[in-house]
Design a binder for this molecule. Structure first.
Ligand SMILES: CC(C)(COP(=O)(O)OP(=O)(O)OC[C@H]1O[C@@H](n2cnc3c(N)ncnc32)[C@H](O)[C@@H]1OP(=O)(O)O)[C@@H](O)C(=O)NCCC(=O)NCCS
Length: 353
């Protein structure tokens, strides 16, 4: 099963929304209503919007957190968005909506997209409730909402659909219900060293990941670009890392988050190591302990013969650690980036079993 993730769209990607709102199959659920929306076709349910109209909608609706949220839904192996999720505040309640394009329905993506929206609404933006009105005959949709924790209230709405009465019921999920329902996730310890537990990466630690990865002192040791990571970036990283050799490190004594470590591009022979320690825990020998532990994990548990890494030439502390732990320089690629007004090199290092 592909993993589902959300991404706030750029304006240049609005053509996807324009297209699916004109797709008869995707919009058929929306047909027959007495709604006064420009471009609405009652016969098909489609809504035709020009690019200018869509940009005006974007400026009013997108990037308006916490009270409004809009994102495209993606699955990991498909380039185009498969649909959308959103919520917005209206009359003291956050109404939400979800749409999955016709060709992606019936595969469970809607349910996972709802779970992602819940995380954004309740964990990130701290809003108090999500509410949706769903026609009672749409039993499939109602069941997905119920599975995702929503409960029907006794509030109903009546509308005319092709001249016939259509009753929708309200499905509601409050933050309190969400928090109660969220089973306290236990950290899954995969292995340990003297002071550190290595656990599977988890959305529970996203705030820690953000603090670490957006720390300017750390960023300039890892990358030459200035990208500021968002909550969604980290959520997506957690999902894509769950099945990989990627761990969060937790201090056994204080139970605090120390950093992340992992082995990437694993082959029969070797893998590339990456490590980042949060500022609070740097220079206290956690890094040295963790590097030795992941090397042993690679050699003993995964049966690898060598561990490689790439480090910037200005990262003197990291280089010191790697050399101390038996890594040797394989090659140097000169002037790969410019950071803090100086040219820096990529140093390739390797430790063999
Ligand atoms: C690099 C990193 C993993 C090292 O972990 P750490 O826990 O801070 O390091 P440790 O405390 O285990 O060891 C630090 C060693 O470097 C030495 N050191 C500290 N600053 C140094 C510097 N500017 N130049 C040279 N050596 C330095 C310390 O004296 C210590 O040496 P010792 O073990 O011989 O006493 C960690 O600092 C980190 O995550 N940095 C930011 C992200 C990063 O650079 N990742 C690596 C990218 S390739």
């Amino acid at each position: 099963m592909s993993y589902v993730y959300l991404k706030v769209p750029d304006k240049k990607d609005l053509h996807y929304r324009i297209k699916w709102m004109q797709d008869n199959k995707t919009m058929s659920y929306n047909a027959g209503y007495e709604i006064n929306v420009k471009g609405y076709n009652k016969k098909t349910g489609t809504i035709t919007k020009t690019e200018e109209e869509m940009i005006a909608w974007y400026d009013n609706f997108v990037l308006q957190e916490p009270d409004k949220y809009y994102a495209y839904v993606y699955i990991d192996n498909v380039l185009e968005p498969i649909g959308e999720v959103y919520y917005y505040l209206e009359h003291d309640i956050h109404n939400m909506g979800i749409l999955i394009q016709d060709q992606y329905r019936g595969k469970g993506y809607g349910y996972f997209a709802l779970l992602e929206l819940e995380k954004i609404a309740f964990q990130k933006n701290g809003i108090h409730e999500l509410s949706d009105f769903i026609p009672m005959e749409r039993i499939g949709a109602i069941n997905i909402f119920k599975k995702a924790g929503f409960v029907p209230t006794n509030v109903k709405q009546k509308e005319l659909k092709f001249g016939k009465e259509c009753i929708s019921e309200q499905l509601l999920l409050t933050k309190e219900m969400y928090d109660r329902r969220k089973v306290k996730k236990m950290d899954e310890i995969v292995f340990q060293s003297e002071h550190i537990n290595y656990i599977k990466v988890s959305d529970k630690y996203i705030k820690d990941y953000l603090k670490m990865m957006n720390n300017p002192k750390i960023r300039k040791l890892l990358s030459a670009n200035d990208k500021v990571f968002t909550y969604e970036d980290e959520l997506n990283w957690v999902k894509s890392s769950r099945e990989k050799i990627q761990f969060s490190m937790i201090d056994k004594e204080s139970k605090k988050f120390i950093g992340n470590i992992g082995l990437m591009d694993v082959t029969d022979k070797g893998a590339e190591m990456g490590i980042t320690i949060t500022e609070e825990f740097q220079n206290k020998h956690y890094g040295s302990e963790a590097i030795e532990a992941i090397v042993q994990y690679g050699f003993e548990t995964l049966g690898l013969e060598e561990i490689n890494l790439i480090v910037f030439s200005h990262n003197e502390r990291a280089i010191h650690c790697y050399q101390k732990l038996g890594f040797v320089v394989e090659k140097v690629e000169k002037n790969v980036a410019r950071i803090d007004n100086r040219d820096v090199d990529d140093i390739y290092m390797k430790r063999s079993k």
